[in-house]
Design a protein around this ligand. Structure first.
Ligand SMILES: *Cc1c(COP(=O)(O)O)cnc(C)c1O
Length: 378
């Protein structure tokens, strides 16, 4: 998988590192640049809690930047507001696959003298002014979770773009934990079960069951109970399992087809949403986005998601609260209500539509028909 990834980004194999999760890749990068006690790191106020947990596990504190309501990426206003002199890095998240305006960010970060880290967990193949997301910052991290750009059946990737940082990451990676034989077997099994059972009509219900099983310790979930409570799991710093590398290699072989497919489905949503009276996504002319999930604002989001679950229509929600998932004690991660009003509004209003390979045009039309019948635009 490593050579394929390196080739995709036109990098060396040695610039790519494979981890158990995306968050662990972020942790490694933050550690490599020396983030520690007393430091602050800016991240989006519209994210997965596993992002702020990485600096937290290093003794640092996250500051949250509010988002631009059109791109769902951090706004310059939000960035300014979140900045203090203790800030030692900024994590830029290309939300839903929408490329952040990297000119603005790079200028701002250069002025402040702080490094940029790219959260590419939603963005594989998206470009800003022709340049691939993931190649702008000192490093970038990717997630191989089931519902991310391409699956490794849980897993994470780090891409390093800076020679000094590279040496530090190499040193850290030399002492990483390896998955045990038992874990290898369980992960391999989970990947097979997932691939056999999950399709657009079953995904919501299976995701629910899977979360329950992993909370009970019966399946390897994306987050342990410790992590959700803000505690670092003992076996956190772990590398990717062989079964995950195999799954990733298989999925990467189809990446060009997948990217083209996502663009086709995005185009279909653009047209059909407008016809149905919803606001299509407004994309910047300098961004060439590969949309992972297509965001739409609706009234009565909760009811709509329940109805979609019952009808077997794959409509999702990222994020339900500023530090996803619902139920997170956000104060433990330094987020208090009202910090990022645009992010909070998006949490109340935005549902997202799938663009992956199992969504063919007729399934995409079915998704839009569902919205037409049951959703109200805001
Ligand atoms: C999923 C996700 C992560 C975390 O990825 P893991 O592989 O689960 O650690 C980080 N950032 C964003 C934006 C995500 O969606």
């Amino acid at each position: 998988m490593t050579p394929k990834l390196a080739a995709f980004f036109q990098k060396q194999d040695s610039d790519v590192f494979l981890f158990a999760k995306g968050r662990v890749a972020l942790y490694a990068l933050l550690k490599a640049i020396g983030i520690g006690k007393g430091d602050e790191v800016i991240c989006s106020g519209y994210t997965c809690v596993m992002v702020p947990s990485a600096p937290k596990f290093l003794g640092a504190v996250c500051r949250y930047a509010d988002i631009d309501p059109q791109t769902y990426n951090i706004s310059m206003h939000g960035l300014e507001k979140a900045y203090t002199h203790k800030v030692k890095a900024v994590i830029v998240q290309h939300t839903y696959g929408i490329a952040q305006n990297m000119d603005e960010i790079a200028a701002w970060a250069f002025d402040k003298g702080i490094p940029v880290i790219e959260d590419c967990c939603h963005a594989f193949g998206s470009r800003w002014k022709g340049q691939l997301c993931g190649t702008f910052g000192i490093g970038s991290f990717f997630s191989g979770q089931w519902n991310k750009p391409f699956s490794t059946g849980l897993g994470g990737i780090l891409l390093v773009n800076d020679d000094e940082v590279l040496a530090e990451v190499q040193a850290l990676y030399a002492s990483i934990l390896k998955p045990s034989d038992l874990e290898e077997t369980r992960i391999g099994m989970q990947i097979r079960v997932y691939n056999a059972l999950v399709n657009p009509r079953t995904v919501s219900i299976i995701t629910r069951a899977y979360r329950m099983l992993s909370r009970m310790g019966l399946a390897i979930g994306s987050s342990s109970n410790d992590e959700l409570a803000g505690e670092m799991p003992r076996d956190y710093f772990k590398s990717m399992a062989a079964a995950q590398i195999e799954e990733g290699t298989k999925n990467l072989a189809n990446i060009d087809k997948l990217i083209a497919h996502r663009k086709t489905i995005t185009g279909l949503y653009d047209r059909e949403l407008a016809n149905a009276g919803f606001q299509p996504l407004r994309q910047h002319k300098d961004a060439d986005n590969v949309i992972l999930r297509y965001p739409v604002r609706v009234a009565d989001k909760k009811e709509l998601l329940e109805k979609a679950l019952k009808k077997g229509v794959e409509i999702g929600s990222w994020f339900e609260i500023p530090l996803h998932p619902e139920g997170t004690d956000m104060q433990k991660f330094g987020y208090t209500d009202g910090m990022c009003p645009e992010a909070e509004k998006a949490c109340r209003e935005v549902v997202n539509l799938p663009t992956h390979l199992k969504i063919d045009e007729s399934e995409a039309v079915r998704v839009i028909d569902f919205l037409r019948r049951f959703a109200r635009s805001v």
